[in-house]
Write a protein that binds this ligand. Structure first.
Ligand SMILES: *Cc1c(COP(=O)(O)O)cnc(C)c1O
Length: 395
């Protein structure tokens, strides 16, 4: 019996992406046995993290690294390290940041919410966030102007939520920060490229082990040895609450190592076959428009965009997404843009055969809506219901 049925949980088919609220990603095959192997054993954790540092250094082509609880934790620890260096009393004083450099520069367009507001992961250190420009644009001169003698770090975010066109590029950002002797921390949580941001001048790059890398839930801190060392020292301070166990440290190194040898072309070919299957299965539905779109931050993957015209299809994009999510198994689509009339199908987190279940659920729901049009749920009502569901937990 599926463990989920034993626990009274609904199985989920994930065509949404690597989402914390759905359990992130499918851990790749060697990860679970590695974690099981270390769990009953003792190791010196600082040495295990030294081992992790060698693996991270090799895979990310950099000087040092360590594993923490999440990418979000990595932001806090990296910023804290830039503030305190290796000063033990300063480390223990945080989040009282009064007598140290305590400003962090970031473009306003980078202040995304990945399930929690990114600026909070900076503010947890006690630092003040100095945001530059507006959510849609920032210039090099505005950025330059934001640096003061109190600037401890500058944070740069790579995310599909960030509008790319009119913000300062990473290269220029690094040039400006380095001209002020300020280190650049790149949040690359959801990126395939484990070397490029450091090569382009970032001092620290941060990744989620549980996203594309297919590791356990953990964060990877990689980069300049002095800064990584200072970030690591936070484990004796505010990092305690971000503690990561031996099993996740080891599991993340196994996933990283496997990543560097994975058949990326083979994976992509399989994902493209899913997209073609869905496109061909949906293309003839009246009121439905499908197109294959590249990943917005340049990861080597595509998603299927599904536009729904409710007047013809008999259902809105969000009611369709919600109907799929209410199924058993639940089919969860990538729904952040449903208010604009479309959602995406993400092919990265499927077990073999689930691609057919996804198509069956979609075509079945669309056929029913054609026969019996679904009265549109007002979006405000949908938002209110979702918030009420969240606040009612654990009921
Ligand atoms: C997912 C994500 C995070 C958070 O990563 P966790 O490892 O889940 O804490 C931070 N920043 C961006 C851009 C993300 O996509």
């Amino acid at each position: 019996m599926d463990f989920r049925r034993r626990a009274g949980l609904r199985p989920v088919i994930n065509v949404s992406g690597t989402m914390t609220w759905l359990g992130a990603s499918i851990a790749i095959e060697p990860v679970a046995p590695a974690m099981a192997e270390i769990l009953p054993q003792f190791v010196e954790v600082a040495d295990l993290q030294r081992y992790a540092s060698t693996v991270i250094s090799r895979v990310c082509a950099t000087q040092a690294g360590f594993i923490t609880a999440s990418c979000s934790a990595g932001i806090t620890l990296a910023v804290a390290g830039a503030m305190t260096g290796n000063d033990i009393t300063a480390i223990e004083r945080l989040p009282d940041a009064a007598r140290m450099k305590n400003e962090v520069v970031i473009q306003a367009g980078h202040l995304v919410n990945y399930g929690a507001p990114l600026d909070q992961s900076i503010r947890l250190t006690g630092a003040r966030v100095v945001s530059v420009g507006t959510t849609k644009e920032a210039s090099a001169s505005q950025l330059s102007d934001a640096f003061t003698s109190q600037t401890a770090a500058a944070v740069y975010v790579i995310s599909h939520y960030v509008p790319v066109e009119r913000l300062v590029s990473l290269e220029e950002f690094v040039k400006i920060a380095h001209s002020r002797n300020v280190p650049v921390i790149v949040d690359a949580a959801s990126e395939y490229d484990l070397t490029g941001f450091l090569q382009r001048g970032a001092d620290i790059a941060l990744y989620s082990a549980h996203k594309f890398i297919g590791g356990p839930t953990a964060g990877i801190v990689a980069g300049n040895k002095k800064l990584v060392r200072a970030a690591y020292q936070q484990n004796y301070g505010i990092g305690r609450g971000f503690k990561v166990g031996k099993e996740s440290i080891y599991g993340a190194t196994v996933a990283l190592d496997a990543w560097s040898r994975r058949d990326h072309e083979g994976v992509r070919k399989r994902e493209r076959a899913y997209l073609a299957l869905w496109r061909d299965g949906l293309v003839d539905f009246p009121g439905v428009r499908v197109s294959i779109e590249p990943d917005p931050t340049g990861n080597p993957l595509e998603r299927l965009r599904v536009n729904v015209d409710p007047a013809v299809a008999g259902i809105t994009a969000w009611d369709l997404a919600d109907a799929l999510a209410a199924g058993d198994p639940a089919v969860i689509v990538r729904d952040f843009a449903v208010a604009s009339g479309y959602f995406y199908l993400d092919p990265c987190n499927l077990h073999p055969g689930q691609e057919h279940e996804v198509l069956r659920a979609l075509t079945g729901t669309l056929q029913r809506a054609r026969a019996h049009p679904v009265k549109p749920t007002p979006l405000a009502e949908r938002d209110a219901r979702r918030m009420a569901d969240r606040l009612r937990w654990p009921d």
